[in-house]
Design a protein around this ligand. Structure first.
Ligand SMILES: NC(=O)c1ccc[n+]([C@@H]2O[C@H](COP(=O)([O-])OP(=O)(O)OC[C@H]3O[C@@H](n4cnc5c(N)ncnc54)[C@H](OP(=O)(O)O)[C@@H]3O)[C@@H](O)[C@H]2O)c1
Length: 377
């Protein structure tokens, strides 16, 4: 192909120096069954930040490079380097998902030329173009733009996967933390539609108002003095014994397990020194707080804490179930699974310390969309 690609790269050197820049790479013609997508919109999700900046201190970011070849440099504190040895010295592509227009196709995939599709990052969607297998792309319905479809995979399939996990593991209601996130708002809409009782945990009063205005029945503010009591009351009302915790660090998982155990123990006809036999599960599925996890408290003997990743869950589903979830995600992209963004930014524009600090806040209602092909020459 007579085009050059331009991809965002993130490199952390073994001494902790972070570098971000745009790499020009040659493009090959698509092979049989492949499509080339001009990436028009890609979200900056919390999981992208883990790769983009790693554990670099945002305060250390500084401008480098030239105006026509921008680069940002920064520093990862030395004590955090052992946690990322696997990536040191590698210039990694970034971007887990996105959407855009098919501009070329290999044998067998020609019918997709001109269609708007959503893709998962392989290797990274923060690039002007991505070549993917046509069968891995989600063809967006007519009238759905790349912007609307940019987050078609990760959060919708995660919300669906949480409810699917609940059913498969014999639970009947859910607890969710950091629940005013884009994902949390989707989960709230999904649970309302499917009649699944949901306990939403947020950390600010304005997030309580937001979720209540969207019809959530149980919204608890973890910063309120009566949080622990309110949690037990909500667990009693819903019967939730499964939680998905996006915070990861700190005491939230333990607080939830202790409240589940207290509610289950109250229902025991006879006291047991081993606690209630009801299985209580917390899946930690995010790392919003990278600090240590503290598992202190009385949970009885029937509890478990584990990790959960949508892609691994999804890859274990059989064809029919995976297809069912994908179809629902696509069909309800503008309703149940709608995402909201605070702004849009080109790749070159992103490469300044101020832009990076603005776009990587991970705060409620502050998610940015990247427009990787917007400022192509
Ligand atoms: N495991 C998986 O397969 C998977 C898949 C998809 C998403 N996720 C995870 O799901 C979470 C939400 O993703 P998203 O794209 O929906 O995020 P988002 O829209 O960017 O929202 C982030 C939310 O997290 C809250 N938050 C940030 N730091 C926090 C902390 N230390 N304690 C409590 N709340 C905190 C923010 O609230 P404030 O405004 O109060 O800061 C905000 O409401 C992320 O952790 C992401 O990594 C995991």
């Amino acid at each position: 192909m007579d085009r050059q690609n331009r991809e965002l790269r993130s490199l952390i050197e073994p001494d902790g120096r972070l570098r971000l820049w745009l790499e020009n790479t040659p493009m090959n013609a698509p092979g049989a069954g492949e499509i080339v997508v001009r990436v028009e919109a890609a979200p900056l999700n919390p999981s992208d930040l883990l790769l983009l900046l790693g554990p670099a201190d945002p305060g250390s970011l500084r401008q480098a490079g030239q105006p026509h070849r921008p680069m940002v440099e920064g520093e990862v504190p030395r004590e955090l380097l052992p946690g990322i040895t696997g990536r040191l010295g590698q210039a990694l592509p970034v971007g887990n998902e996105g959407a855009g227009t098919v501009i070329a196709a290999g044998l067998g995939a020609e019918a997709l030329i001109g269609r708007t599709v959503a893709i998962r990052g392989a290797p990274g969607t923060y690039a002007a173009y991505q070549t993917v297998r046509a069968t891995d792309a989600l063809i967006l319905p007519d009238g759905v733009s790349a912007r609307d479809g940019a987050s078609a995979f990760i959060n919708p399939l995660t919300a669906l996967g949480m409810v699917e996990t609940m059913r498969r593991e014999g639970h009947h209601a859910l607890v969710h933390t950091a629940a005013a996130s884009n994902l949390g708002r989707m989960l709230n809409r999904l649970c309302r539609a499917d009649g699944v009782p949901l306990v939403n945990i947020v950390r600010r009063p304005e997030q309580v108002d937001l979720l209540r205005s969207e019809g959530a029945a149980h919204v608890l503010d973890s910063s309120a003095p009566a949080f622990a009591d309110a949690l037990r009351t909500a667990l009693e009302a819903t019967g939730a014994t499964l939680a998905f915790d996006a915070i990861g660090g700190g005491t939230m998982a333990a607080t939830i397990l202790a409240a589940m155990e207290a509610v289950a123990a109250r229902r025991l006809p006879v006291y047991s020194r081993y606690g209630a036999p009801t299985p209580k599960q917390v899946y930690i599925y995010g790392m919003l707080d990278p600090g240590p996890r503290v598992l202190e408290g009385q949970f009885g003997m029937a509890w478990s804490v584990g990790g959960w990743l949508m892609t691994w869950f999804y890859d274990r589903l059989d064809e029919a179930d995976a297809g069912r979830l994908r179809e629902r995600a696509a069909a309800e992209l503008l309703t149940t699974f709608a995402s909201s963004y605070t702004g849009e930014i080109g790749l070159a524009e992103l490469l300044s310390p101020d832009s990076l600090r603005t776009c990587t806040r991970r705060a409620t209602g502050a998610k940015f969309l990247i427009a990787p092909s917007r400022d192509l020459a």
